[in-house]
Ligand binder design. Structure first.
Ligand code: IPE
Ligand code: IPE
Ligand code: MG
Length: 247
């Protein structure tokens, strides 16, 4: 049994291994992404049922544009499919959706599907499901610094003494209070055996617990997710300090 008091408030997932899953089956890569979307649907509902407050998945990175046009467009088409098939279930489960990243340069039908997804779930107060789409952690920090510069420049012009703090930068990230106001991730999971961040929530992950599994994303199940969350409840987080009993 999972100790509900120790649940991670925010779980991030780097959903990796769709391509290898497809390759193992001699299928086109897009079929791997389709299978990955099926896995994602189940994890969203599992997270919601477990009482996790925030779930962020890495769906498309600012670096994934390097892939073939065919693969990139295939991924974007899946967004339209996802919205058409899942919107009602998300609403029924009271799931609130945010996009982390700029999506206005996606194909028009994907942009429209996303706008519908956001507007239809805006009032929901259950699980916050954040989709990192055309997201890069460094790109996010650069955008935050630019926004902060505009704010501070105005203050300086008014003769106010300028100071820059960590909170100032955090505020303008997609997760910050000037945007979606999401706490830092407590737990970050990456599938497919790769053990790196690949530009996911680089600022916010400073003290996240990291977990890796060899399971390819399309094979990832609600059971494995629950096992990892359970393991998280036994982790000893110190944030640079010391445990009370050690002092
Ligand atoms: C993750 O699966 C999904 C995206 C990056 C969009 P990959 O497509 O990276 O799968 P592998 O790493 O090639 O197996
Ligand atoms: C990270 O996976 C991005 C997503 C899961 C969307 P990649 O497959 O793009 O990362 P690398 O290239 O292996 O680092
Ligand atoms: Mg990959």
């Amino acid at each position: 049994m999972i100790d509900k008091n120790k649940l991670p408030v925010h779980v991030g997932i780097i959903m990796d291994g769709n391509g290898r899953w497809a390759k193992q089956r001699m299928l086109p890569r897009v079929m791997g992404h389709n299978a990955g979307m099926e896995a994602m649907k189940k994890i969203v509902i599992a997270a919601s049922n477990m009482g996790i407050k925030h779930l962020t998945v890495y769906a498309f990175s600012t670096e994934n544009w390097k892939r073939s046009v065919e693969e990139v467009n295939g991924i974007f088409k899946l967004i339209v499919k996802y919205v058409n098939s899942e919107l009602q279930e998300l609403i029924d489960n009271n799931v609130h959706i945010n996009i982390l990243g700029e999506y206005d340069m996606l194909p028009q039908d994907s942009v429209e599907a996303i706008d519908k997804l956001l507007s239809s779930t805006a009032g929901d107060d259950g699980l916050t499901f954040n989709i990192a789409l055309n997201y890069g952690g460094r790109d996010e920090i650069v955008k935050a610094v630019r926004a902060l510069y505009e704010e501070k420049k105005n203050q300086e012009e008014q003769g106010v003494f300028i100071e820059i703090t960590e909170d100032d930068i955090s505020r303008y990230l997609y997760t910050g209070s000037a945007n979606h106001d999401i706490p830092d991730p407590d737990l970050i999971i990456r599938t497919s055996g790769e053990e790196r961040m690949s530009n996911f929530l680089v600022w916010q992950a400073a003290y996240s617990e990291l977990m890796f599994t060899d399971t390819l994303w399309p094979d990832f199940t609600a059971e494995e997710f629950e096992q990892m969350v359970e393991k998280f409840t036994h982790r000893n987080r110190r944030f640079g300090g010391r445990k009370e009993e050690d002092k």
